[in-house]
Design a protein around this ligand. Structure first.
Ligand code: FES
Length: 124
């Protein structure tokens, strides 16, 4: 079992196995944002691309629950090595969402379950 967030569990969102986007839709070093509405619930997600890798998370900081970014698609600090929450500056590792500095040190971003296959980013 995975504890990752599943897009396919959102009513009206793409089903498991469907293409969410293609990797070339995401400018290298930036993220593409997605917003899915399920009744009154809004699920804001982002997928960061770094070269041939993608990292998908729910766009909620574990510290105070705000979105991480201020500008669309801009989730990392200057070096591009960490996601940074603009609210209080927490830094998160790209590969597992672990906070390594800031007020929620040791907490994690909620990962989203996607698969990169043949250049397509697929819903799980
Ligand atoms: S809300 Fe993100 S660091 Fe405080």
């Amino acid at each position: 079992m995975t504890d990752k967030f599943r897009i396919s569990h959102i009513k009206g969102a793409p089903a498991s196995g469907e293409i969410l986007c293609v990797i070339d839709d995401i400018v290298d070093g930036t993220a593409k944002e997605f917003s899915f509405h399920d009744g009154d619930d809004i699920h804001d997600l982002f997928i960061q691309r770094n070269g041939g890798q993608v990292y998908a998370y729910v766009n909620i900081c574990p510290h105070a629950g705000t979105p991480l970014n201020m500008e669309e698609g801009e989730f990392t600090e200057k070096s591009g090595r960490y996601f940074m929450c603009h609210t209080h500056g927490a830094l998160f590792q790209l590969e597992d969402g672990l906070c390594v500095a800031g007020p929620c040190n040791g907490a994690k971003l909620q990962a989203v379950d996607v698969i990169l296959k043949d250049g397509n980013i697929l819903v799980v």
